[in-house]
Write a protein that binds this ligand. Structure first.
Ligand SMILES: Cc1ncc(COP(=O)(O)O)c(C=O)c1O
Length: 331
């Protein structure tokens, strides 16, 4: 192994780390939760780990504005807006989906406004990337130096967020003397999964890294994951086939991206009431639903010790009260 692989690029410190690693035997024997929902109040979740490297790169390049895109309730967009405010950068968000969330300033959309981000609304997801590109051109024409962050903040440089996150987790696991067989996380733009998988390879940790897909079809998501992992492995000079051999992807998109079902909401409520752990309907609720289902159907053996990555998402949950309240226990 090349020791230079272990030297991360420039980084700004934003996340409150190390985040706790807690046992939740009440949910399943041998289940531990890595509390990346506790990376910080306004930053919370997985995205800030990626942004630590992206923002360092933006600052090194003299950027004065961050541009990114996502759904109107994007946690990544909100996190980018928070970081931009912290560093005195302008922030431009191209957001797709129901404009009502913007009008009503709910959840992440509310925080985007508080952080002073400029929001450009588009109707369809397909418009996000082209609009980001044209927006960056417009900003350059105005004399600004925009730094464009891909949807979900996922790209080879950002993989360092969870390479370092994995190292942090490995230290905690070793300190506790645990034997962990599998790490499970939600898979959206797959950057978190990819960072964990590359990190595990770099640490010589033969752990399985399991993504629970929360959007798209399995075939499309798997193709996207493979291409993105290939790009990241090329950037890090890692052997793609060896890294990919430890990665699994399962489809629990259910009703589709950001759409939830009764059984998922009931699980979220059950977990919140039995152990005070709050999951969200878009990412972590589906990921936990998938994990427990894979355990119940025998895909994951009862002998395995598992770390579930809680990647945040609380603001998105708070925007969904009217959609899910019919499935919650009565007040
Ligand atoms: C709360 C939360 N969890 C998980 C994910 C998925 O992470 P990734 O896009 O790296 O697959 C996201 C992405 O937006 C998220 O907001």
């Amino acid at each position: 192994m090349n020791p230079t692989y272990r030297v991360p690029p420039a980084r700004v410190r934003l996340a409150h780390t190390p985040t706790p690693l807690e046992e939740y035997a009440v949910l399943r024997t041998g289940l531990w939760v890595k509390r990346d929902d506790l990376t910080g109040n306004e930053l919370s979740g997985n995205k800030v780990r990626k942004l630590e490297f992206l923002v360092a790169d933006a600052l090194a390049k003299g950027a004065d504005a961050l541009v990114t895109a996502g759904a109107v309730q994007s946690n990544h967009a909100r996190c980018t807006a928070a970081v931009a405010a912290r560093f005195g950068l302008r922030c431009y968000l191209v957001l797709s989906g129901p404009a009502t969330d913007l009008d009503w300033a709910m959840g992440n959309a509310l925080l985007d406004r508080l952080f002073g981000a400029t929001v450009v609304h588009v109707q369809r997801d397909e418009e996000l990337n082209p609009r980001m590109t044209s927006l960056a051109d417009e900003l350059r024409a105005q004399g600004l130096t925009p730094y464009v962050i891909p949807i979900g903040g996922s790209c080879p440089l950002a993989a360092w967020g969870y390479i370092e996150g994995l190292r942090e987790l490995k230290t905690q696991v070793d300190d506790l003397g645990l034997r962990i067989h599998r790490i499970v996380c939600a898979a959206g733009s797959c950057g978190t999964l990819i960072g964990l998988a590359c990190g595990a390879w770099l640490e010589n940790w033969p752990v399985r890294v399991t993504g629970i897909s929360i959007s798209s079809t399995l075939e499309r998501k798997r193709g996207f994951l493979k291409r993105s992992l290939q790009d990241t492995c090329a950037y890090l000079e890692l052997p793609f086939a060896d890294v990919y051999a430890h990665v699994e992807l399962y489809d629990y998109a259910g009703a589709g991206y950001a759409k939830t079902r009764r059984e998922e909401v009931e699980l979220i409520a059950r977990i919140a009431s039995c152990c005070g752990l709050v999951l969200d309907p878009v990412y972590t609720g589906k990921a936990m639903y998938g994990l427990l289902d894979l355990c119940a159907n025998g895909t994951i053996s009862p002998q395995e010790n598992i770390v579930f990555l809680h990647s945040g998402g609380l603001p998105g949950l708070l925007a969904m009260g009217t959609q899910i309240k019919a499935w919650l226990p009565p007040p």
